[in-house]
Each structure stands twice: as structure tokens, then as C-alpha cells.
Design a protein around this ligand. Structure first.
Ligand SMILES: [Zn+2]
Ligand SMILES: [Zn+2]
Length: 343
């Protein structure tokens, strides 16, 4: 089968690989029907993800049809349409029981798919612990509607969930890319008074105005003066989804005292907390990688018409042209937000 693999630092290659097989009774094999390219894939390509294994098939956001299921798999059967969770988790360890599935202690736990084990920019993928890592797609939900369940929407849902948002709050989201968009969709479920998306790229601000007019958009230069004029001198919650030195600083600067600052961005270098400058602001920082434990709820919200991330799919490519898809996605040209890859 065809698979997009991490050849070496700086290089992905489309290669032929054998079709995956079940490794154990809790595995499933999924025939991929739609996949996407994520910014994390670019981080792997650039060598910024040390645990990514050279030779691995990349791609961790995809949907498909169960082709084979091991003897202990109970929740899905061959023929079921499924979305794949970016995180592999057992559901049984201390961390899983607390909902912290990103820290699952199973040998394949955490972000494995498309990083440490073969992922979904391919025709088939093996899914370990299939009962927790696959969510069935209901009839009436298309592959494109379901595509972002396991990664982008999981990230947005988790970030909004831990941001301590109360009705009537002002929520600032830094970064108007795909993560920012899915985060804004999920923040709106918490009924804040205002959702403000800070994005430097005017084309992306226009994308929000067109597809999510419930959110206000500002440039980075406008964000701080705007938030300073707010009733309590800043945002009640800030979600940082941009991942630069400047956006990290802007996140805590725009927060009101005692606000929650959620860092979901994946930085390629260390950031510093200038504690003397922020002394007395009494901020709560929450950091790190998504706990993708809410895929069932997300799928139900998609089916109910309450979460729709399909506008993000601005471009579509067959798997054979994934190199071109990567070029476009990494360049940001043509107003690209997300590309869907069709095996
Ligand atoms: Zn991702
Ligand atoms: Zn676990």
C-alpha cells in the first residue's frame, strides 16, 4: 500500500509498505477513507518531535472503515465507519481513569499514531486498543464532518473545557489557524459573552469573519489595547494556540488578574515566564497536549449540528499527490487552512 513516511529529518516520502496486520486481540485495522495534514506533521518533518521514529507512516487525523478487528474488540466491528483518536489510551491506568489520557502508561499510550507507530496518511492503518481509540461515525455524518474529531476538535474541546469559562466571560484565543477555529467552536458551547480571536494573517481573520461571525477578530497589535479596555482589564480566559515567543507573551499580557491561560500550542523552543513582571497577576497556567478523551461527545455534537469544522477543508488531494499537499499546507498559500487527503 501507499504510505507517507518520515524518511529522515526534513524529509517525508511516499513509499510502498505492506498492509498492516493485527498485532493483538485489542487491535483493529482501518481502511483509511480520508486523512488530513496537521501542523504537528510539519513539526515531525523538521525534527522537532524527538519521539517520532524515522520510517514511521505519518498522519494522526483520519477516518475510515474497520477492515479487521481483534477478538477482544467490543465497540466496533468490520464495516463500521470510524474516526481515529490522535491518542492511544488504555482506559484503565491511573491517568486514563482521571481523563488524562495523554499520559496513559500503556506502552503505546499517548500520541503514538503517526509518530511512534504507523499512522493514517496511507491506505490502511493498525489501531491499537481499538475500543478506546475508535469512535463510530453515525449515519448522516460525512467523512469530512467527522475528520477533525480525534485531533483538532478534541484539542479545542479539551482547551475550552479546562479554561474555566463562565457564562458571560471574555475569552481570547490567540491564533486563528485550524486549532484556533476548532477552539473557538468549542468555546462558543460555553456561552461566553465575547470570543475574540487574535490572528496576524488578514486572510485568516477574513476566514473567521466569513465562517464564524460570532467571534470577533483582531490583529496582534490590536489585542492588548482592546483587552485593557475591557471591564476587568483583560480576558477572563486566554487560550494560546499560535506557538510563537510573541504569542506566548501576548497570552499572559492580555489576561486579567486571576485569569486562566491555557497553552495548547506546540512550541519548537522554550518560552520564559518573566515572573517579576507578572507578579501579583495571580494567573493560572495550564499547559500541554490534548487529552483526547471526549471523542464520543464531540461526535454527538457534530451529529446534532452543534460543531461543524468542515469549512476548514479548503483543499483536497489524492494520496498520490500528498507531496504537493504538504507544499501547499506548509506554505500557507491560497488561503489554505486544512487539506484533506483521499487514499
Ligand atoms: Zn495534530
Ligand atoms: Zn491508560
Amino acid at each position: 500500500m501507499l504510505a507517507c513516511t518520515y524518511a529522515e529529518k526534513g524529509k517525508f516520502a511516499l513509499t510502498q509498505k505492506p498492509e498492516p496486520v493485527l498485532h493483538g486481540p485489542r487491535d483493529a485495522v482501518v481502511r483509511v477513507t480520508l486523512s488530513s495534514i496537521c501542523t504537528s506533521d510539519l513539526h515531525i518533518r523538521s525534527g522537532a518531535v524527538p519521539r517520532a521514529v524515522p520510517g514511521v507512516t505519518v498522519g494522526h487525523e483520519f477516518v475510515g472503515i474497520v477492515e479487521k478487528a481483534g477478538g477482544q474488540v467490543k465497540h466496533v466491528r468490520p464495516g463500521d465507519r470510524v474516526a481515529v483518536n490522535v491518542e492511544t489510551f488504555c482506559g484503565e491506568c491511573f491517568f486514563c481513569k482521571n481523563g488524562w489520557v495523554n499520559n496513559c502508561t500503556h506502552p503505546e499510550g499517548g500520541w503514538s499514531i503517526g509518530c511512534r507507530i504507523d499512522g493514517g496518511q496511507a491506505q490502511f492503518a493498525r489501531i491499537p486498543l481499538a475500543d478506546t481509540n475508535l469512535v463510530r461515525i453515525p449515519d448522516g455524518v460525512s467523512d469530512e464532518q467527522a475528520l477533525f474529531t480525534g485531533d483538532l476538535l478534541s484539542t479545542g474541546y479539551w482547551a475550552a473545557g479546562i479554561a474555566n469559562i463562565r457564562r458571560g466571560d471574555i475569552v481570547l484565543i490567540i491564533g486563528g489557524g485550524p486549532t484556533g477555529y476548532c477552539t473557538a467552536l468549542c468555546v462558543l458551547l460555553h456561552a461566553p459573552a465575547r470570543v475574540i480571536v487574535c490572528e496576524k494573517n488578514a486572510v485568516r481573520r477574513e476566514f473567521f469573519r466569513k465562517h464564524l461571525p460570532q467571534a470577533e477578530t483582531v490583529s496582534p497589535e490590536e489585542a492588548l489595547p482592546l483587552l485593557r479596555r475591557a471591564e476587568h482589564g483583560g480576558a477572563d480566559a486566554v487560550i494560546e494556540a499560535a506557538g510563537t515567543k510573541e504569542s506566548f507573551r501576548l497570552a499572559w499580557e492580555c489576561a486579567r488578574p486571576n485569569a486562566t491561560v491555557v497553552i495548547v500550542a506546540m512550541y519548537e523552543e522554550a518560552q520564559t515566564l518573566p515572573l517579576p513582571e507578572m507578579y501579583g497577576k495571580n494567573l493560572v497556567f495550564k499547559t500541554g497536549g490534548v487529552d483526547g478523551c471526549d471523542c464520543e461527545k464531540i461526535m454527538a455534537l457534530i451529529a446534532a449540528g452543534k460543531l461543524d469544522a468542515t469549512p476548514l477543508i479548503t483543499h483536497r488531494f489524492p494520496l498520490e499527490q500528498i507531496g504537493t499537499a504538504y507544499d501547499l499546507f506548509s506554505s500557507g498559500r491560497e488561503g489554505v487552512m486544512k487539506v484533506a487527503v483521499i487514499p
